[in-house]
Design a protein around this ligand. Sequence first.
Ligand code: NDP
Ligand code: 8X3
Length: 249
Amino acid sequence: MIKIAMVTGATSGIGEACMRAFLMNNYRVIATGRNGRRLQEFREEFKEDIYTLEFDVRDRKAAETAVASLPEEWRNIDVLVNNAGLALGLEPEYEGDYQDWDTMIDTNIKGLLTMTRLIVPDMVKRNHGHVINIGSVAGDAAYANGNVYCATKAAVKALTDGLRIDVAHSAVRVTLLKPGLVETNFSNVRFHGDDERADNVYKGITPLTGDDIAAAAVYAAEAPEHVQIAEMLILATHQANGSIIVRNS
Ligand code: NDP
Ligand code: 8X3
């Protein structure tokens, strides 16, 4: 039977890689995001294998309306990949930008919660489904100047563990993927479009790619029904944790 995966923030990076990987593995995919042009391109590329929903995960009403608009044949979601998220800024906590803080908290924590609240009840009712949350090595321990972003990813870890407890009476599975350095648009966004600063993040190390993380997502989703991959920490080979990265000079 063809399965359905919903991927939030599918218009770039890890989310797009997850969308493509699930499609390659015979899933149909509901791709969500804010970038209507990218979503249109996906519709042209994947035709009836894809359904797109354009909304901002911070806008609870828009998320509700979008999910409610799904046609009958797209409603039985097997896998939810809660991926939409971002870091903004890399400054000492006492100098951080209020608006950056609000955007990270509203997207990474509250957006993920909204999607969980909208999709998981039906999974529990059907006694079937899988939630894959994209956390980060940044949630394991704070690194210098990472403060609020690290806190949001620590929250994703707590929310993932909490959800796993709350659905344990059902066959719904819950997975946390914690990537390290993945070269995507992430650092360009973090540094507000300063591409040179973004490129430096990946200097002297071979970073992970979105495909590396997507492969882990598909692995977790395709594990036998009685196997719940609870958590995976996925690092580049020369990265030891959020703070220690050995670069060749
Ligand atoms: P990208 O910037 O390449 O992709 C982020 C995606 O999230 C984009 O599609 C973006 O859409 C979407 N998004 C951001 N905010 C919202 C919003 N409010 N509503 C809907 N969609 C939104 O970065 P990554 O692929 O690297 O990031 C994906 C996830 O992976 C994030 O949760 C990030 O924290 C996590 N992560 C990334 C790591 C890395 O090193 N890259 C490592 C560990 C975790 P838009 O283009 O419209 O902004
Ligand atoms: C993104 C990875 O190490 O830049 O979550 O925070 S890191």
